[in-house]
Design a protein around this ligand. Structure first.
Ligand SMILES: Cc1ncc(C[n+]2csc(CCOP(=O)(O)OP(=O)(O)O)c2C)c(N)n1
Ligand SMILES: [Mg+2]
Length: 393
């Protein structure tokens, strides 16, 4: 074996479990789910477990903190959606209905791990600890991303589809070369799995056995394009086996199942058993963004069906029935959520100080002649406008 090659731990694990490598790598039959849509704990035989795909229930404390973040995440989604409609923000891709996947993606990592989110994953970024106002800077049309990725080991929210997975793999490879203990989680939509970058990222990560979790939120639509036009595979999690990595399909509206599956993937990645592909079966309840009218390509009946699988009511019912979620705690969580919403309203109500010429300052260290020309054209235009403003005042 070449000196820098990693051992294939999947093969060892499969052998220990007495199952074939394929059975270890392929997702479980069906999907992993722990809490039913009505909030009841499913009996073990209905949780989707097969040998090599067994998951213990997360601790109640972890679920309570997850639930708190769900409540805050839903409030953030709905507040931002409203701010866009009031014209106080340019655009907001809401993850309403997908909050369990968002929260679990952030909570499964340690502060020293790295998260690579997409434009959809504002809630995950906030759960990582990034200031919500800084996060929203990007969506109000300011020129910069708004937060420093190194402060919370959370990359910028990627808008070019799937580029973030290549960056995630690069980060994991660099950390390995530097001898650092870092697990990387890259988020992507099901539409993003059709990009060439998806193949390149997964193949590189698998060949070099990097500690990366590819977390696909299958919310059934890529703007107006449905899942059926995206893939003919039995599930997106099945794609893993072709690369030689393990894949798992999990109920993306079940916080408990998500924390269990992602938690195990993080643990195995840390031990050298990565990479992993995890698909969350979820649904985008609202429009793609405010620039989209979802009624033109899907029926309200479908949305209604998914609304009954809401991740928050389900976890609330479970935690109440366990006696863990008291009325005091619940009131506290709602106060926490209102506090975040009011900070967002206050900040987004302020006019940002935008200097249009800043656009040219951070692209090249030495500007191209074309950019220099455009800059001076814009400077002239701005000077003309301010002159007109002054004379008309
Ligand atoms: C490389 C690239 N191609 C096209 C687009 C335009 N675009 C923006 S969002 C989107 C749909 C992506 O769907 P999906 O990956 O399922 O993520 P979701 O929006 O559902 O979270 C497309 C095609 C883009 N941003 N980047
Ligand atoms: Mg999608």
């Amino acid at each position: 074996m070449p000196e820098n090659a990693q051992p294939d731990l999947s093969e060892e694990k499969a052998k220990k479990l007495g199952i074939s490598l394929e059975d270890y790598l392929l997702p479980t039959h069906g999907r992993i789910q722990m809490i039913s849509e009505t909030g009841a704990l499913l009996p073990p035989e209905e949780q989707g477990h097969t040998p090599g795909h067994e998951y213990p229930m997360p601790e109640i404390e972890e679920l309570l903190e997850g639930y708190r973040q769900l409540v805050i995440g839903r409030r953030v989604n709905d507040q931002n959606y409203a701010l866009v409609r009031q014209g106080r923000m340019a655009v907001y891709p809401s993850s309403h209905g997908q909050e369990a996947s968002e929260v679990a993606a952030a909570l499964c990592l340690s502060p020293t791990d790295w998260l690579f989110p997409t434009y959809r994953d504002t809630v995950a970024v906030i759960v990582r600890g990034v200031d919500p106002v800084q996060v929203m800077t990007n969506f109000r049309g300011d020129w910069h991303q708004g937060y420093n990725p190194h402060e919370h080991n959370t990359s910028i929210q990627s808008t070019p589809l799937t580029t973030q997975l290549l960056h995630a793999v690069g980060m994991a490879h660099a950390a390995r070369l530097k001898g650092e203990d870092v697990v990387v989680l890259g988020m992507v939509g099901e539409g993003g799995t059709s990009e060439g970058d998806f193949h390149e990222a997964l193949n590189f990560a698998a060949v070099f056995r990097l500690p990366v979790i590819f977390f696909v939120q299958n919310n059934k639509y890529a703007i107006s394009v449905p899942l059926s036009r995206q893939t003919a595979a039995p599930s997106l999690a099945h794609k893993a086996v072709g690369y030689g990595m393990a894949g798992e399909l999990v109920d993306g509206n079940d916080l408990a199942a998500l924390l269990a599956v992602l938690g195990r993937a993080v643990k195995l990645c840390r031990e050298g058993g990565g990479p992993f592909l995890v698909e969350a079966d979820t649904y985008r309840i609202q429009s793609h963004t405010n620039a989209d009218d979802a009624t033109r390509y899907r029926h309200s009946k479908e949305v209604d069906e998914w609304t009954t699988r809401d991740p928050i009511t389900r976890m609330r019912t479970y935690l109440r029935s366990e006696g863990a979620l008291t009325e005091e705690l619940e009131a506290q969580y709602h106060t926490d959520a209102e506090d975040v919403a009011s900070v967002l309203r206050e900040a987004m109500g302020q006019q940002p100080d935008i200097q249009p010429l800043d656009l040219f300052d951070h692209v090249y260290s030495v500007q191209t002649p074309q950019l220099a020309e455009q800059r001076s054209q814009l400077a002239e235009e701005l000077a003309r406008d301010s002159h007109t403003d002054n004379t008309s005042a």
